[in-house]
Design a protein around this ligand. Structure first.
Ligand code: E4P
Length: 216
């Protein structure tokens, strides 16, 4: 399962890239707006920090402008993945960019029918937003399961990228459901490491070791 960081915080990416666990980055317009860095520069900085896909979202109402923006962003680095919204115009842009061998991440997916359309449009990634579905009392995880089943049934190669992750159990459940990747805030990645029994066990090992006078 690929782990992407969902952030526009360059300092966080730098720190967490050192763990060797980060396979890519996703940003969105809200995250980018909070970074205070001009967008193309932000994407260039992210691309320099990770080898895998870095999603950069286009912001236009029509397919033609999305394609122009997508081509422009794709020039920044070979690992830029163009993020388009799951709208008719977004999927038209997805088809054009995918034919040009530019990877496309179709975002704001909230239903299995939308995911089916994105796969038909040649998306490299589909981003179902599981947290936002949970927020309105619909099961985000059922959507991941449905998409997995549909893609496997028809042999679609679009990768299922679980997005809008809120806590570690979303990662566990998405992994069990067969998501190819998950994008999470830095806080959630850090939480994946944590277990109180690990901390307690280590504390006790350290105490015993220090008392023993042993060394390595
Ligand atoms: C994914 O690409 C999105 O940026 C993200 O996961 C949205 O998450 P949110 O619902 O926590 O804003």
């Amino acid at each position: 399962m690929l782990f992407f960081l969902d952030t526009a915080d360059v300092t966080e990416v730098k720190a967490l890239a050192e763990t060797g666990m980060i396979d890519g980055i996703t940003t969105n317009p809200s995250l980018a707006a909070s970074s205070g860095i001009p967008f193309p520069q932000l994407i260039a900085q992210m691309c320099a920090l990770v080898e895998g896909p870095v999603s950069a979202e286009v912001m236009a109402p029509d397919a033609a402008t999305m394609v122009t923006q997508g081509r422009q962003l794709a020039k920044i680095s070979k690992n830029v993945t163009i993020k388009v919204p799951l709208t008719v115009e977004g999927l038209k842009a997805c088809q054009t960019l995918s034919h040009e061998e530019i990877m496309v991440n179709v975002t704001l997916c909230f239903s299995a029918t939308q995911a089916l359309l994105a796969a038909k449009a040649g998306a490299a990634f589909i981003s179902p937003f599981i947290g936002r579905l949970d927020d309105i009392s619909q099961s985000g995880m059922e959507l991941i399961k449905d998409i997995r089943l549909i893609y496997d049934t028809y042999g679609f190669e679009t990768a299922v990228l679980a997005a809008s992750i809120r806590h570690p159990m979303h990662i566990v459940e998405a992994a069990k459901a067969g998501a190819d990747a998950a994008t999470m805030p830095p806080k959630v990645l850090r939480q994946l490491y944590q277990h109180p029994l690990t901390d307690l066990g280590l504390e006790n090992f350290l105490k015993d070791w220090n008392k023993s006078g042993l060394s390595i």
